[in-house]
Design a protein around this ligand. Structure first.
Ligand code: 0A1
Ligand code: ZN
Length: 877
């Protein structure tokens, strides 16, 4: 579908004639309870060819003084009755987004009838139609404020109610699903083509966890018996062509259910758990009570069509949504400022689950790499905000890596500070105390403090934006046999926030004997002042210090290491994560320090030569990670001024080339040690596939004879997508002679599979030599679809990671043009794409000015509050 068609679609003829008001800021400090609580909700949703009719009955009870306020957007109000009496226009006040009834009695039954238009809902919030042609379905997305696009309701997370939902539709939509248990289903009287189903959810829930699906889907069914003896039916719904890609997700669900029982004592509480795969979805997945809705990219997986990395993340996302049943659903957020309460804790839980499914070192490496590439960069720029923000215009703009990933790091620090036994006692207390409630971060910390109140001052981590920089040095006294480590912390002052104060920073530390390489002391240092010294006694010779082991805090470390110390640690550190961390420090020293103090790559290359051959046979996945050079964005995030994308790219590529050349004679041997075997989904097999792809790319970089042929062989004889796509990517990036033929072959083989065609788009949009012309031709391709966020991200998202082309006039024109197009149709997606431009202010001239002008021009052409809020912050750099 073209963007012109999209534009035409979004004019909704049913929109009420309500004057717009300027978007206002909402502040945490203004939180007030609602005047009325909802006890029960009865929803009746009837879907027709061109619209949906939604009738609702709300039983409400007064809890404090004040008006009865309902939220509603893009609804055509047909009738409203209070306690059986029809309300006239003068009985209520309707403003943009709200409907207010003054002087309501203490007990109220509201009957409300509205019409909505899911068929034209391109924003993918509320109830919308996904798919096209004969292949359509209706689904909901209510978090954070989508329910108000279905009916008028006190749509806030602290209003919990019991929902009963009746769905009615044409019989070609055979699947009618909503939260909870199915209580009745049948044909509609006198309408032979229509049927209905009634669902009842016995748990009290906020409206953001409401969901329904009206579709024609196949289902994979399984079951799980909980530790409490409950027999749970598990159902995974997908299009019939995709049903054979549901086994990985189903197994992950059962693994997650068991893991939560063993590790947190949490069992599932309904008789049915459903997951539905949807091709048009703004985010990864959604934890609606008993009825998760998933982006197809985050649930479907098969060896032939899904890379190992993607398949692994499918398992993690299935677990994440399942874990929300306790951390998010049974205990929810009092208000949206507390989003990190459910997200930070749940990400910590899914990371721990994933660490149990593969090497925990590799899991930590991947989590930290993501944090450093994305969250550190957010914290360093104009979009920096506390993990618990204090104000927002549009809450959708705060589903950020700061809330999610930094939020998870805080929970990790707390868990490590308490120790895992006391952390478990604390989480048990949290579930005991707050089950069924909507609570705050303070409540969470107070429950976790039952064994020890030392973690209460971690609240400052939730309040203060910016990444702390920990600097330090050591001095050794051979007479006293003491080692003194001095550490200090500094956080940049983000404008609009109080001056930063010292945070409690746990620094996991080990001292290594220089002669034996063994550990002579190990301690968790708690740095909670601006500067502190820590003394180690009985140290007989000056050791090498390893700090921030396992990345014990989300900080930047600036310790006065010699390169030799880091090379030493690469050899002797016992934990794989710490070894990776020292290679990253070495690479950063080579690439980022001022010309005069730059490290030479020699020590790094020498250290790698020692580590690589052993690791390659020992732990292939870790060996693959050790060859990582931080991405261009991650490097850029450390540069505050005069960032030159060309220079960084050149330096990065030159180091990569040096690594490739250093091992030129070994790539062939190493590659041959990793033959293509029959497909296996084990950590070891995944490690070998990852390393083989890294080696292939290195060999092509070093111009090893026959490397292009290896790539073709690997593509042709691939046992799975990781091998085939790895080979294709290498061929495209190195522009080998046959690359275009293979691209074409790939397209033809997988034409029918949207998720693989997303890969096909993304490999081209992220190619080393990409140009704006290539991107534009991809956007014009007949398979490109503006209404499918996965497709948009596969081109535009991939392109956004190409700073040398993005930050040019043509690149910016193209990119801001996309944001303009999506601003109206899908503001959530448009605003997320915009956030990539946040670091414009650090660019070298003339790119900086160019970017500034483009952003100012964009400001004149957008209207959604999502994009306007992000743009205001970005321009305030
Ligand atoms: N709660 C989900 C994330 C999510 C947020 C917003 C959405 O639509 C605008 C969809 C999903 C999670 O953390 O998995
Ligand atoms: Zn989540």
């Amino acid at each position: 579908m073209s963007i012109a068609e999209t534009d035409a679609q979004i004019i909704n003829p049913n929109m009420p004639d309500v004057p717009p008001t300027a978007p206002s800021k909402i502040n945490l400090k203004d939180y007030k309870k609602t005047s009325f609580d909802v006890e029960t909700v009865n929803l009746d949703i009837k879907l027709f060819e061109e619209y949906a009719q939604v009738n609702s009955t709300l039983e409400m009870l007064r809890q404090t003084e004040g008006d009865l306020v309902l939220f509603g957007e893009e609804l055509e109000l047909l009738t409203i009755q209070m306690n059986g009496h029809q309300l006239d226009k003068e009985d209520y006040q309707q403003e943009a987004g709200t409907l207010t009834i003054a002087n309501a009695p203490d007990e109220v039954t509201l009957d409300i009838q509205v019409r909505i238009c899911p068929q034209t809902n391109t924003a993918l919030e509320g109830l919308y139609m996904a798919g096209s042609g004969d292949d359509t379905m209706f689904v909901t997305q209510c978090e954070p404020e989508g329910f108000r696009k279905i009916t008028f309701y006190p749509d806030r997370p602290d209003v919990l109610a019991i929902f009963t939902t009746r769905l009615e539709a044409d019989k070609r939509y055979a699947t009618l699903l909503a939260n909870g248990n199915l209580v009745e289903a049948g044909d509609v009287v006198d309408e032979p083509n229509r049927h209905y189903a009634i669902w009842h959810d016995p748990t009290n829930k906020p409206s953001y966890l409401f969901a329904c699906v009206v579709a024609d889907l196949d289902v994979l069914t399984d079951s799980y018996t909980t530790s409490e003896g409950r027999e749970v039916t598990l159902e995974l719904y997908a299009k019939s062509a995709d049903i054979d890609k549901c086994d990985v997700g189903m197994q992950a669900l059962k693994d997650a259910m068991e893991w939560d029982e063993v590790n947190y004592g949490r069992a599932y509480d309904l008789d049915r758990y459903m997951i539905v795969a949807v091709s048009q979805f703004n985010m990864g997945a959604m934890e609606n009570k008993g009825l998760n809705i998933f982006n197809t990219a985050c649930v479907l997986s098969s060896p032939e069509t899904t890379t190992d990395a993607r398949s692994f993340s499918v398992k993690a996302i299935i677990a994440h949504e399942y874990f929300h049943n306790w951390t998010g659903n049974r205990i929810t957020c009092r208000d949206w400022f507390q989003l990190c309460l459910k997200e930070g804790f749940t990400v910590y839980r899914d990371q721990s689950f994933s660490a149990d499914q593969q090497s925990s070192a590799v899991q930590r490496i991947d989590d930290v790499a993501t944090l450093r590439a994305h969250q550190f960069s957010e914290d360093a720029g104009p979009l920096a905000h506390p993990v618990r923000p204090e104000s927002f215009v549009e809450i959708n703009n705060f589903y950020t890596t700061t809330v999610y990933e930094k939020g998870a790091e805080i929970v990790r620090m707390i868990a490590n500070t308490l120790g895992l036994d006391d952390f478990r006692k604390g989480t048990d207390e949290y579930f005991r105390r707050y089950d069924g409630q909507a609570v705050t971060v303070e409540d969470f910390l107070s429950a976790l403090s039952i064994t020890d109140n030392k973690i209460e001052n971690f609240i400052d981590w939730y309040r203060q934006p910016g990444t702390p920089v920990v600097s330090g040095h050591q001095s050794y006294d051979s007479t006293a046999q003491t080692l003194t480590i001095t550490l200090s912390q500094q956080t940049r002052h983000v404008s609009g926030f109080d001056a930063p104060k010292p945070l409690p920073i746990p620094v996991a530390t080990a001292l290594f004997d220089k002669n034996s390489g063994g550990i002579v002391a190990e301690r968790m240092l708690l740095l909670d002042q601006a500067t502190q010294t820590f003394v180690f006694e009985n140290i007989t010779s000056e050791p090498v210090v390893s700090l921030l082991r396992d990345f014990s805090a989300p900080v930047q470390l600036n310790y006065d290491y010699q390169d030799e110390d880091l090379a030493f640690l690469l050899k002797y550190e016992t934990n794989g994560f710490n070894r990776w961390q020292v290679t990253q420090m070495l690479v950063n020293r080579i690439l980022l320090q001022g010309q005069s103090s730059k490290s030479s790559p020699d020590i790094y290359l020498q250290a790698l030569s020692q580590a690589l051959p052993v690791l390659a046979s020992d732990d292939a996945m870790l060996a693959a990670r050790l060859l990582d050079i931080p991405s261009a964005q991650e490097l850029a995030s450390a540069i505050q001024k005069d960032y030159d994308p060309e220079l960084v790219k050149m330096q990065r590529e030159s180091l990569y080339q040096q690594v490739a050349d250093t091992f030129k004679d070994q790539w062939s041997e190493l590659y041959k040690q990793l033959p293509i075997d029959a497909y296996e989904d084990s950590a070891e097999a995944r490690g070998k596939r990852a390393l083989r792809n890294v080696i292939l790319d290195m060999a092509l970089t070093a111009d090893v004879n026959d490397a292009a042929e290896w790539a073709e062989q690997q593509y042709n004889h691939a046992s799975c997508m990781t091998e085939r796509f790895g080979a294709l990517k290498a061929m495209v990036n190195h522009q080998v002679a046959n690359a275009d033929n293979y691209l074409q072959d790939f397209y033809q083989r997988f034409q029918a599979d949207d998720l693989v065609i997303d890969l096909w788009f993304s490999v081209q949009a992220s190619a080393n030599n990409v140009s704006v012309d290539v991107i534009e031709s991809l956007l014009m391709h007949e398979d490109f679809d503006w209404n499918t966020p996965n497709r948009v991200r596969s081109v535009v998202g991939a392109f956004s990671a190409q700073p040398t082309v993005l930050w040019t006039q043509d690149g910016l024109d193209m990119y801001t043009g996309v944001i303009k197009k999506l601003d109206d149709a899908n503001p959530v997606l448009a605003s997320r794409l915009l956030q990539v431009l946040a670091r414009w202010n650090t660019l070298v001239e003339p790119r900086r000015q160019m970017a500034h002008d483009s952003l100012l021009d964009l400001q004149k052409n957008v209207t959604s509050k999502h994009v306007m809020e992000s743009l205001d912050s970005v321009l305030n750099a």
